[in-house]
Unconditional design. Structure first.
Length: 238
């Protein structure tokens, strides 16, 4: 893919043979962000797992202390009192059969979905629509729950779901350029704490193999996996 002069200038400031610590990488990423919009800051982590084996699947969620910088639109599949709880918690769309019908007709104007357990047989009808888009509610990520109010509030406050892909890589947003270094580093610490806690029993050898940080338009910056320990000590939550 062709790149412009601004990208080339940003790339020239990065030592491609070096693995930076987190503070250096975040500083470089933010200083070299050149887009006219507020770029997202994203992290990609190569894990020493084989997702083809069930006992090596890495999946979970984390509420970033400073959010992602993006307002999430939440749809909740619930009835009765649970529907009222979801509305009170700030859900953007709440419904049952009517919401399922809208999705079947092509409506997908939301970023996350939550459902009460009794709604799952109904939601299952649109699983082939929601699943490929990463919108299917799941108990593993806390989006199939009776406590819909908590689920909605967590998503609105910056909850990020993560799942290892077929290549053994986990991708996640950790904020915006406008956040500044401190907030990005604290978000990264929360994310890596969750990744470590999600380590599967079947994973052998080195778990975190490679880390790359980038902004929406900027080049990737390699980070030393050994720096995770220092990140958690300095910026992790008590």
């Amino acid at each position: 893919m062709a790149r412009g002069k601004k990208y080339a200038n940003a790339l020239a400031k990065i030592d491609r043979s070096k693995r930076y610590d987190f503070e250096e990488a975040v500083k470089l990423a933010l200083e070299n962000a050149y887009a006219k919009f507020d770029e997202s800051v994203d992290v990609a982590v190569v894990l020493g797992v084989d997702p083809r084996h069930a006992d090596q699947m890495v999946r979970g969620s984390v509420v970033l202390p400073h959010g992602t910088g993006k307002t999430q639109r939440v749809a909740v599949f619930a009835k009765g009192d649970k529907a009222k709880e979801a509305e009170a918690a700030g859900a953007d769309y709440v419904g049952a059969e009517d919401l399922v019908k809208k999705v079947q007709e092509g409506w997908l104007d939301f970023d996350k979905a939550v459902a009460t357990p009794d709604m799952m047989p109904l939601v299952g009808r649109i699983g082939k629509i929601l699943g490929p888009r990463g919108l299917m509610p799941s108990a593993k990520t806390g989006t199939v729950t009776w406590d819909v109010a908590k689920a909605v509030k967590e998503i609105k406050s910056g909850k990020v779901d993560f799942k290892v892909d077929r290549a053994g890589v986990v991708h996640a947003p950790v904020g915006k350029v406008s956040f500044g270094p401190q907030k990005i580093l604290e978000n990264l610490a929360a994310f890596f704490d969750a990744i470590i806690k999600a380590k599967p029993s079947g994973a052998k050898g080195q778990y975190i193999k490679n880390i790359t940080l980038s902004t929406t338009m900027g080049p990737g910056i390699k980070i030393d996996p050994a720096a995770v320990k220092d990140l958690l000590e300095k910026y992790g939550r008590d």
